[in-house]
Design a protein around this ligand. Structure first.
Ligand code: BTN
Length: 246
């Protein structure tokens, strides 16, 4: 498997997408020390200074499209395992794929899927980890933007973990989870995600094209969709952003 390293790049995600169009290579990883045009979910910016861990992985999964929505959730669980092993703390998981520490965002995932006649041709998983970054500085930049709720950095844990060790541990965990997804063994993934979730059991709010939904986050479905119950309605949320109200 190949790894490409950049001191500085616009976005490892863009680079990986470009490379996946040229010749797809399952497991290729693109890492950068800093990104000048880091991308977050839903068209947002991702502030990526030196000190963070920014990478994208090209995958050619065997699982079918129905499992694609579970993939980012499963990947955030894999990162959670890796942080538990290395930093000895358990981050909370905020639906769909944020990792938080004491309610502040420490990592996020971005997934781009390219389809070919309804089959997954390739998938690019982008992972951003605030490893050793100036949280105050990032918070200043992000204040007032949508879905901003505070930034955490792993170095606040005062543990001597090398970035390389965290990345390697994550890749091992990701591979295990990837195999589970490929063989459709999703029960355990959902159970373990739920155990760590800060979303399930909370009152949540989100905006959809059909309007605002406000209710209780009950559980995630087999495909990773969030089930929210309102007074007289149950909604299944496939994508988007939620706000925790309680
Ligand atoms: C989010 O929570 O909004 C997702 C953040 C994903 C950031 C990572 S950093 C590496 C990769 N390259 C990018 O431009 N974005 C992802």
């Amino acid at each position: 498997k190949k790894a490409y390293y950049f001191d500085s790049i616009d976005s490892t995600q863009n680079q990986a997408l470009k490379m996946s169009e040229e010749s797809v290579n399952d497991g290729t990883i693109i890492i950068a020390a800093k990104q000048t045009g880091g991308k977050g979910r839903l068209g947002r910016k991702w502030i990526s200074p030196k000190g963070g861990i920014w990478f994208s992985i090209i995958l050619q999964p065997k699982f079918d499209i129905s499992i694609t929505t579970l993939f980012p959730i499963a990947s955030s669980l894999a990162l959670s395992y890796a942080i538990e092993k290395t930093f000895k703390i358990s981050p909370e998981l905020k639906w769909p794929n944020d990792l938080t520490i004491k309610g502040k965002k420490v990592a996020g995932m971005l997934v781009d899927v390219s389809l070919e006649s309804n089959k997954i041709e390739s998938l690019v998983l982008g992972v951003g980890i605030n490893f050793d970054v100036d949280t105050k500085q990032i918070e200043k930049t992000l204040k007032g933007t949508s879905n901003f709720y505070g930034v955490a950095s792993l170095n606040e844990q005062k543990m001597k973990v090398k970035p390389k060790v965290l990345i390697q541990t994550f890749l091992v965990e990701l591979e295990k989870i990837y195999e589970l997804l490929n063989s459709k063994q999703t029960k355990n993934i959902i159970a373990e995600w739920t155990k760590r979730s800060s979303t399930i059991g909370k009152k949540v709010e989100l905006n959809t094209v059909e309007g605002k939904i406000k209710g209780d986050a009950i559980k995630i479905d087999d495909d990773g969709a969030l089930i929210v119950s309102e007074k007289n309605k149950i909604s299944k949320i496939i994508a988007g952003d939620i706000i925790h109200l309680s």
